[in-house]
Design a protein around this ligand. Structure first.
Ligand code: SF4
Length: 307
């Protein structure tokens, strides 16, 4: 559904500022504002937004405004901002009930969530949310390397990532895990790749989605990069890193590189497409060795903003 932002804005509708690429056609509903953690070194998304929970009245007002315009059209909905599961379960259940009631053709509702929040939430409450129509959780793993997770202040260990991921699956959610190529820097790219492969193998999420680190102004990592305290791996090393992760995978996930930050689009079902994915990466690495101007073109992605 192409949601007419302008017409909703005119009605005072409050949009979440970020959503996953796969939610491009979803109705976007803001349940909280900002990120309750807001400490990750690489993240600038919610830096100027104090965290707050929106009132049920405000949220229902937005649902009613959207239903008035798109009630018969909406099939998918995404609730933001960064970690909607921090909201009390009863309130989330009421929001889900109202969403499905207001949009009679709604098929799925999805949300961002932190692995640690999932790990802390009661399993029966998670199951209730799943039954109420919260279908998929988008979770930032970034890396499975303990030292890198600690360095980037992700606020979760590999063990907590695994606990949260497995619990989400046990509750019946589709789980989409995001990994961040380059986040180990030049120094820990191998450890980052190996740790990430290990955690992914233990969780076996439904989707593995790849993004490439492009430090953004406003993030601590951007400053560190400018001072030479963090060295971003060059594009060929990033592709080597991605190859190393895929080579280590023993999962049944859909593997997707579908974000504008990435050097090579990939989409394959594991394990049957593993060799094809590796072959695509080998071909791209060969092209890079044969054509240095390609490396320069790739480097221009470092200028991308508002990711
Ligand atoms: S990466 Fe996610 S958890 Fe970390 S600060 Fe950004 S929004 Fe919050």
């Amino acid at each position: 559904m192409a949601v007419g932002r302008l017409r909703l804005k005119q009605r005072g509708y409050d949009f979440p500022p970020y959503r996953p690429p796969s939610e491009a056609y979803s109705l976007l509903l803001r349940v909280t504002r900002g990120c309750p953690w807001n400490k990750c070194l690489f993240c600038s998304m919610y830096k100027g937004i104090p965290f707050e929970r929106r009132s049920l009245e405000e949220i229902k007002g937005d649902i009613e405004a959207a239903a008035h315009l798109y009630g018969e059209m909406a099939r998918w909905a995404f609730i933001g901002d960064s970690n909607s599961l921090v909201v009390k379960t009863d309130l989330l259940l009421e929001i889900l009930r109202y969403l499905y009631e207001s949009f009679p053709h709604l098929e799925r509702v999805t949300s961002y969530a932190r692995a640690k929040t999932i790990a802390k939430k009661d399993l029966n409450e998670l199951k209730e949310l799943r039954r109420a129509g919260l279908v998929r959780l988008h979770v930032g793993l970034e890396t499975g390397d303990a030292k890198t997770l600690n360095f980037i202040k992700k606020g979760a260990t590999p063990e907590e990532m695994i606990e949260g991921g497995l619990k989400a699956k046990e509750a019946g959610f589709e789980l989409s895990l995001y990994i961040l190529l380059g986040i180990g820097g030049q120094q820990r790219w191998r450890e980052h790749a190996d740790g990430t492969g290990e955690v992914l193998n233990k969780i076996d999420p439904h989707f593995i989605r790849v993004r490439t680190l492009i430090p953004q102004p406003g993030s601590a990592l951007f400053e560190m990069k400018n001072k030479g305290e963090f060295i971003l791996p060059p594009p060929d090393l990033i592709l080597e890193e991605e190859r190393r992760i895929i080579a280590s995978l023993e999962v049944t996930s859909q593997f997707l590189s579908d974000h504008i930050s990435n050097y090579l689009p990939l989409n394959g079902k594991m394990p049957q497409d593993k060799n094809a994915l590796l072959h695509s990466l080998d071909q791209e690495l060969l092209r890079l060795r044969q054509d240095p101007s390609l490396l320069e073109r790739y480097r221009r992605k470092e200028l991308l903003r508002h990711l």
